[in-house]
Design a protein around this ligand. Structure first.
Ligand code: ADP
Ligand code: MG
Length: 313
């Protein structure tokens, strides 16, 4: 059965004009699809353009170039008001620091119900409250949390509130921008497990953004690796871990701690420091080197990557 595409990002560019006539190419010619019901992990170091990619998809910027489709419809550029409203219901975001985006003066019930209010999804006060109670339970909180304020919660609980707020409009697609990076390591797995459970239960599709591969490994079906505004590699998660090709991907993989202390002691971190300008002068292209395994490479690199794959067989 052919997988259906939910999100199609084609040649996306997001360039920012900064001081002195300089331009930051935050996202530069990035293309990828996200299939319905999948978790697409997007990884890369801080500043590589991950958030900008997510924010461009959700229309927080006027994109510089390219196109974004959602459920077969173009959603970038000028679109109708009806579609805009539909998108604010069907696409939701979860952020790194839930505290920064939860209004401290609002009670949890009103924070969570905001989407219901905006889209008039509750017939009356009673139904509004029932929906909030239900979603609180779904994310592992209780109805008596509804009347409290954000500062009364721990980091992990606040992220659960952020998740509840995102889920209340019954979205199809969730962009989770480093949802666990600000949490204690002990809490990270809990939130990832919850997100995974919700994804299965509600048939959600995720763009899951992270700066390292450690958690993305567990949650993602496919992973894209970003470096300096470009995708450098994209493959099924298993394929990427078994046969990483790009030196930057290898470097990210080498940074994941090993659970076994003996392996951990011997783990070697592979640094990656490319001269970005040299790199772009070589004219690398985005090539499908194996079915579903994409790599950004010039001709000479491609030959070397082919050899690596052949040697592993
Ligand atoms: N609104 C903006 N104006 C100017 N530059 C920006 C803006 N947003 C992001 N950038 C720059 O774009 C690059 C990518 O940023 P970002 O997408 O936030 O990276 P990431 O999420 O991977 O850490 C960075 O160099 C950042 O400084
Ligand atoms: Mg970011």
């Amino acid at each position: 059965m052919a997988k259906e595409k939910l999100v199609e990002v084609k040649n996306l560019k997001q360039h920012f004009k900064v001081g002195g006539g300089r331009v930051v190419k935050a996202v530069d010619d990035v293309s990828f699809d996200i299939y319905k019901g999948e978790v697409f992990g997007l990884v890369g170091e801080s500043g590589s353009g991950k958030s900008t990619t997510g924010r461009s998809i959700i229309r927080l910027y006027d994109i510089t170039g390219g196109e974004v489709k959602f459920d077969g419809q173009v959603i970038s550029g000028k679109i109708k008001g009806d579609l805009k409203r539909t998108l604010t219901r069907e696409i939701q975001m979860i952020f790194q620091d839930p505290y920064a985006c939860l209004n401290p003066r609002m009670k949890v019930v009103d924070i969570i119900a905001e989407g219901l209010d905006i889209h008039k999804l509750a017939k009356n006060k009673q139904e509004r409250l029932e929906k909030v109670y239900k979603i609180l339970e779904i994310v592992g909180l209780t109805p008596d949390h509804a009347n409290r304020f954000p500062h009364e919660f721990s980091g992990g609980q606040r992220q659960r509130i952020g998740i509840a707020r995102a889920l209340i409009t019954q979205p199809k697609f969730i962009i989770a921008d480093e949802p666990i990076s600000a949490l204690d390591v002990s809490i990270q797995a809990q939130v990832v497990n919850l997100m995974q459970k919700l994804q299965k239960e509600f048939g959600l599709t995720y763009l899951f953004i992270a700066h390292d591969l450690s958690m993305v490994k567990y949650i993602s079906d496919r992973v894209g690796v970003m470096y300096h505004g470009k995708l450098v590699e994209l493959a099924d998660a298993d394929e990427l871990y078994a046969h990483p090709l790009h030196p930057y991907t290898k470097s990210l993989l080498s940074a994941i701690p090993e659970p076994d202390p003996i392996y951990e002691r011997n783990r070697q971190r592979i640094p990656y420091t490319a001269d970005v300008h040299d790199y772009s002068q070589e004219g690398p292209e985005w090539v499908e080197i194996r079915p579903g395994h994409f790599i950004r490479a010039n001709k000479a690199e491609l030959v070397a990557y082919e050899k690596q794959l052949a040697d592993k067989k």
